[in-house]
Design a binder for this molecule. Sequence first.
Ligand code: SF4
Length: 317
Amino acid sequence: MLKYLVILLDDTATSFCHYAVSKTEKRPIAPETLRNGILFAMKENLNVQFVYPDYALPAEYETIVESIDHVKIVSSHCESSDLKKAADIVVFNGWDDMENFAWNSEKAYVLRTPKAELFERCDTLKTLLGKAGRLNVVITDVETFTETDFEKYKRALASLSESIEKRYIDGQAPQLNVLTDRMMLEAMNNCNAGDEVITLAPDGRVYVCPAFYYEQAYSIGSPTDGTDIKNPQLYKLAYAPICRHCDAYQCKRCVWLNRKTTLEVNTPSHEQCVTAHLERNESRRLLGNIRKVGQFMPETDIPETDYLDPFDNHDKW
Ligand code: SF4
């Protein structure tokens, strides 16, 4: 069932996930389309998330945006400091702004980073854990991971995990998506684009997610004509032949990455699965270590496994 509508306010609205924004020309969504999108969300009872560009939109837009409860997603490069303060989620497209940013410990942040920089700058990330309410790391080139990268990612996760453990012992509870989410989850918590989340783009069309818009993939309707997803079951976990057997509950299960790497929206790549399992396994170790020092943690069970790609375990399904 649909629950969320993401609205891109401009063709250059920041990415907050794996995809890159391929458009460079400013093109704000038409005010009429924006109003129709809001009306559609109201009728369908959807939570709205507005994604902003880095330049200031005309005042008329703020009036329309404020006509509905919503979440604001804003980049750290946004020209408007008021908007950055008002944002519910601030996105760092790279590491440049992070050290001198005015962090708010109540707020959620997204760091979009290539793998190589994450491996190199892991120590910087540790210092930021105490500054954010929540930090989501999104690796922008997951599909290029090699065996050597898996080893480097494993080491980076172990190092971050040690830092999180120390903070727990000090009475803090930092949230880092790739390590702490799995400790709290008892079921899949994926992106769910095309199933629970859809996106309205500045061209007035609705897409499975922003990546499908920027990659010029198929549209699934419009706010005025309604939506019609072909083979909607393919976006559901129950019809994902590998993922439905998996317990890397924190995995994004990104349908756009699936389509890009395997040509099937419900079939993940080896790289997506192994990175998610390295996270899952380090979360398991972290959970055990925090429990050992007597800190209260949820009853989550993360069993030991002997595979990193669920496909390698398919004979036991
Ligand atoms: S790790 Fe692989 S199988 Fe598991 S949810 Fe993620 S993409 Fe699906």
